[in-house]
Design a protein around this ligand. Sequence first.
Ligand code: SF4
Length: 382
Amino acid sequence: MAERIIPLTDHRSRTLQPPLAALEAATRMSATGFLGDTLGRPLHDLRISVTDRCNFRCSYCMPKEVFDKDYPYLPHGSLLTFEEITRLARLFVGHGVRKVRLTGGEPLLRKNIEILIEQLAQLRTVDGAPLDITLTTNGSLLARKAEALRAAGLQRVTVSLDGLDDTVFRKMNDVDFPVEQVLEGIAAAKAAGLGPIKVNMVVKRGTNEHEILAMARHFKGTGVVLRFIEYMDVGATNGWRMDEVLPSSEVIKLIHADMPLMQLEPSSAGETAARWGYADAQGRHDRDAGEIGVISSVTQAFCHDCNRARLSTEGKLYLCLFASSGYDLRELVRGGASDADVTSAIGHIWSGRADRYSELRSTLSPDTPGGTRRVEMSYIGG
Ligand code: SF4
């Protein structure tokens, strides 16, 4: 029997149409009743990189020495169009995706990104709910764009900010961009109704750890959730060293000594950040003071419930931030493949997923696949 697979979205009906039976045999289900990978992890989050360009040169992501004017950035024609992105997102949603995060490079550099957001905002999850659409930005263009992004249907933003001191900030992002303008972007996002707003600070020992307390004090009680990210060996160009990693346990100890903290429950499965709330005098969570998060890919890996897929700027599907290769969905899309075929391809790819790099990091040697030839974070988004 020719293997012509019908889209998985039919799966909810449970009235299995032939050849769906074949499909079920071919793909795994997770506890959600939707597609699962080899570890039973559902496909819940889709991160979409809309550009490989950025106006910052953060040393842990796009070091200036590598990403200079001669770097082979992608030609515009090879980028997925908004229509192609929306079509692929729709097919991923059919597999159970509920959250879409727009990333880059710097996604706000992609011209008319509001149009893409409007298109994505039309999509509905398999049970008819609006998609959770969010975006990660360095905040440099946010003050100008916040209102339009909100009007287009964006719900939330995550802003990268690695310090409040301009000198430190410059040292981390390697461009002469003032902190003040990023803070204005955060304020504009708040005023536009984008929220809850998260701020991500990558902590690099020896560079900006002395900014941790200042950042925590600055955002405490503002409703903004500050997350501290352990410096990671993403890509193959940031010269990562373990002795420049400040474990999250030390970040928590440092803040707790100054502003007592208490651990909070995860707010959803697959959440990357461990949540810590500011405690009141009775040791209860002081909700007005808010919470912080730590993302500890190096010292406390969270691959066991990682439900994130990544779509690169030119349409390759990556199954892990530390992957070394992806699956070319653009070829399918531009090759005239039907929705059923693309859906089936996504299903098969995810079903075979076994990625858990962070859990294996310490056992990997340089020539192990995924050892050094990792894809650049600026290409698939953080
Ligand atoms: S290392 Fe890969 S599998 Fe593990 S949490 Fe990160 S993206 Fe997921």
